[in-house]
Design a protein around this ligand. Sequence first.
Ligand SMILES: Cc1cc2nc3c(=O)[nH]c(=O)nc-3n(C[C@H](O)[C@H](O)[C@H](O)COP(=O)(O)O)c2cc1C
Length: 287
Amino acid sequence: MQNTIEFKQSILVTIKQRKSIRTYQPIPISSDKRKTLQQAIGIPGNNLFRFAWFEQKSRNGLAERIGTYGVIKGAQTFVVGVLRKDAEGGKDAAIQFGYEFEQIILKATELGLGTCWLGGIFNAATFAKGIDLQQNEKIVMLSPVGIPSEKKHLISKLTSRAANSNTRKPWQKLFYESEIGFPLSKEAAGKFAPALEMVRLAPSAVNSQPWRVIRSENGFHFYAAATNYFALGKERFLRYNDMGIAMAHFELACKDLGLAGEWIFEKQLDDGDEPNLEYIRSWKTGD
Ligand SMILES: Cc1cc2nc3c(=O)[nH]c(=O)nc-3n(C[C@H](O)[C@H](O)[C@H](O)COP(=O)(O)O)c2cc1C
């Protein structure tokens, strides 16, 4: 996995700025910003999925018809995540999807635009025509990109409250030293503490925060904790998206902090050691 989008602002600042925006001003974004984002979505990381640009032609209607659980108001422009049907159910594709889609979200945030991952229920047909959806493709994710409205819509307020958007688990529930049950403190994490904090601030489906990280001598091992929210069979996909997001945050933060490393697959715990944790990837720290 490799980061493909270039960021101008410190990623630590951008990650802290990002939050889900569900109410937008019904005005188009500037052509400069549109161009930058269109370029970012056009860099394909692989051929299992693609990102498309969707723009509402008429001024009315779309917001009501997308029908997602967190009602989105006023948005005119969307980034649409399209997965090849034969990649559905694939773990690596889902992780990589999260990793790449989040970088688009962060690029939009850097440009001062609002975003919101939407992987729940939405009316895919509204978007299918506008993005030339092929028979072997499926729309799996959306994010509006637009100018946040000062006024928060009531339903949007309720949605972010229901999703506990502003809260995150404390460090001791997420990060461990050598094994689960032995929390890794910020002090002990040392120069890696800001990168782990960026994992903690990551968005996740219904704010479930499934990321667990165990530090060992040679690096940081990322696991997904079992989640049990109801997501119409998409739960596995969304959880792996969440893991890809956390990996993007960690990697980009390390890069910003001047800490070398790379992702490797090197299972640490034995099967059955922690039945509620699934191994994802390890960040092998450089010298
Ligand atoms: C994979 C994924 C899927 C999501 N799906 C939805 C969705 O369908 N509707 C929605 O309103 N928010 C959705 N969210 C947004 C989360 O609820 C939100 O990120 C979380 O509550 C944390 O809040 P924050 O983004 O403001 O930090 C999703 C987030 C992720 C990462």
